[in-house]
Design a protein around this ligand. Sequence first.
Ligand SMILES: Cc1cc2nc3c(=O)[nH]c(=O)nc-3n(C[C@H](O)[C@H](O)[C@H](O)COP(=O)(O)O)c2cc1C
Length: 196
Amino acid sequence: MNQPYILTVLGSPRGRGNSETLADMVRARLSEAFSFNGETVRLCKITVAPCIGCGGCEKTGMCVVKDDMIALYDKIDRADLLFLASPTYFYGVSAQLKAFIDRGQARWSRKYLRKERFRTGDTRAGYLLCTAATHGKRLFEGSELVAKSFFDGVDIPYGGACLIRGVDERGAVQDNPEIDAQVESFANTIINQFIL
Ligand SMILES: Cc1cc2nc3c(=O)[nH]c(=O)nc-3n(C[C@H](O)[C@H](O)[C@H](O)COP(=O)(O)O)c2cc1C
């Protein structure tokens, strides 16, 4: 596939934070292997309200809440690779990213209630990029379950995650050989899964 479209959704409210830098590092590695059209959405700079559970999307497949999420549905549909990047907040993703994920319900309704599939058979994948300050074994289980459920709802196969422990202060993901190796291995997995 030439020039895939990569959409990165940043869930951190902290500009130039660890999850954002992690996303930059992954994309930089990918750009050495293939060229792509990239777009980044910084959720804290736009308005994506939480789902109100009104059931409107069950009837039409469209969300009734008219905010910046409306423009993002098309971007999700267009994405060949979709990265969700988030800090770990209380063993989950940030509230900004969770609101975006919950609004994916309109796509879940399209797939499961309206039985409308979109781009099946295409090579697409969704990935989670997550950072956390501590080292717990189960640190990312909550976020990964949520991400897997989201990607299923928006009909994008889940490709995996790059999960970085022990990074708290801004910039902590940089200049760390162990993290560089993790990013390298993750990016290589994508290149093998997706491109080759
Ligand atoms: C509200 C809040 C909750 C947090 N909860 C956790 C947590 O449960 N476990 C953890 O290891 N780190 C936690 N952290 C630390 C962040 O996950 C960590 O600093 C992360 O690298 C920040 O990423 P960012 O710079 O992209 O925002 C929390 C930080 C904040 C502000």
